[in-house]
Design a protein around this ligand. Structure first.
Ligand SMILES: [Zn+2]
Length: 425
């Protein structure tokens, strides 16, 4: 299935890309043609993109003011997705950690709203919520993800509602810990974990995601949390935008022992292209990115690898990989390094489809399990924004008051007591 490969388009892609992006004709046109033919046959499923965040920051989510084919100052628009041979994009609904315990749920809903709007109003896109939909669409597939578990406000009912409106993947943390899982970043001291990197409630979140058929995303989680999740999840998990720690020693990357645990889980690491994560500095190039792919393939095989560009979620990207139109440069470099077409078909697309299908198979197996009623212990959510509803005081204590010399009726007294009780809590 070739969702966007009409002849003239491919010719234009090739000439623009060959001249503007690569500039290096040493490898010869056959490698370039091989790259584009391969990407026509297996359009990329990219694991992570933050266009929605940029739409909020730059356009207050006013889609009517945005030309979907050309959006300045960002790395993603339809023209460039076409040039990059992107067949599906996982769009992140990302809410800053500052909103945790405040209005994170509202903000997440607003980000989902803008993604749902662009996926339905922009003619080249189609929202997909199943592996079947992903395989069958002839448009650029949109997959909806939540970035950061703080967006569910420690509530499994909220998680289920996010699933119902189309969310198919959630990273357990962003740069902040949640009350139930630990982040790889230490910049926020809130909900710091000692040795309980995934609490019992955190385990319940993972199990409920398994039951729903939602991909568990471990990018941004601490290594200890990732390890704990890999012990709990009965479905494959993903790192939607993380690279190899051995190649670049950054806490956001994945160390070899975790890569091996991921392989056992039959999960997927989708390599992040952000220069700081691939080159450990503000600059990098295509070759350094390819080193991450080579390393992970040596460790756990090409069938565990995908691509999660992280465009529009970070600033500095490698020379030659500056935006979503440049993915062919990476695939050509991997072909030059003797990656086989079968391996690259997996990296581009088939590995993600396999994981998504397996997550759905687990969901189907668990279809008779009831929704989880697990709740986070109240002492673990120290938020003044949380209203706790409790039953009214027992009737016997009210009757004692009623028998005293008061002029209030029992009904109005009960009403006042109940509201005073709510206010106190
Ligand atoms: Zn991220």
């Amino acid at each position: 299935m070739l969702p966007h490969s009409v002849g003239a388009h491919v010719v234009w892609v090739c000439s623009a890309w060959c001249v503007l992006v690569h500039g290096d004709v040493g490898s010869g046109p056959s490698l370039e043609k091989q790259t584009l033919d391969l990407m026509d046959k297996y359009p990329l499923i990219d694991g992570h993109n933050d266009l929605a965040l940029q739409l909020r920051i730059r356009h207050k989510n006013k889609l009517s003011q945005v030309d979907p084919y050309h959006i300045s100052e960002v790395a993603t628009d339809i023209n460039r997705l076409r040039l990059g041979h992107v067949g599906a994009q996982v769009f992140a609904s990302y809410v800053l950690c500052g909103a945790q315990d405040k209005d994170a749920v509202r903000l997440a809903l607003e980000q989902i709203d803008v993604i749902l709007r662009l996926c339905s109003e922009w003619p080249d896109f189609e929202l997909v919520t199943s592996s079947e939909g992903l395989k069958n669409t002839r448009k650029i597939a949109c997959i909806l993800s939540l970035e950061g578990g703080h967006s569910i406000d420690s509530s499994l009912p909220a998680l289920r509602m996010f699933y119902r409106i189309g969310v198919r993947s959630m990273s357990l943390t962003h740069t902040c810990n949640t009350p139930w899982a630990e982040s790889s970043s230490k910049i926020y001291p809130t909900y710091k974990k000692e040795n309980n990197s995934l609490s019992d409630f955190g385990k319940a979140v993972v199990q409920e995601m398994n039951r729903l058929g939602m991909l568990v995303d471990l990018s941004h989680s601490s290594w200890a949390t990732a390890r704990a999740v890999l012990n709990v999840s009965v479905a494959p998990v993903i790192f939607s935008h993380s690279s190899a720690y051995t190649v670049c020693n950054h806490e956001r990357n994945v160390p070899d022992n975790l890569l091996h645990a991921l392989k056992k889980n039959k999960g997927l690491i989708m390599v992040n292209l952000y220069s700081v994560f691939v080159g450990c500095g503000p600059s990098a190039n295509v070759s350094v990115v390819a080193d991450h792919f080579d390393h992970i393939r040596r460790q756990i095989g090409a069938e565990s690898i995908g691509i999660g560009g992280d465009f529009d979620g970070a600033k500095d990207f490698p020379d030659g990989l500056e935006d979503v139109s440049k993915y062919p440069a990476l695939i050509q470099e991997l072909l030059r390094r003797n990656w086989t077409e079968a391996e690259l078909a997996g990296v581009l697309r088939l590995n993600f489809v396999r994981v998504f299908e397996e997550v759905e198979r687990v969901r189907d197996k668990l279809k008779d399990s009831p929704p989880s009623e697990a709740e986070i212990p109240l002492q673990m959510v120290n938020s003044s924004c949380r209203l706790i509803l409790r039953p009214p005081p027992a009737l016997s204590s009210v009757i004692r008051v009623r028998n005293s010399s008061t002029i209030l009726s029992a009904g109005s007294l009960l009403w006042m007591l109940y509201h005073a009780y709510l206010l106190l809590w």
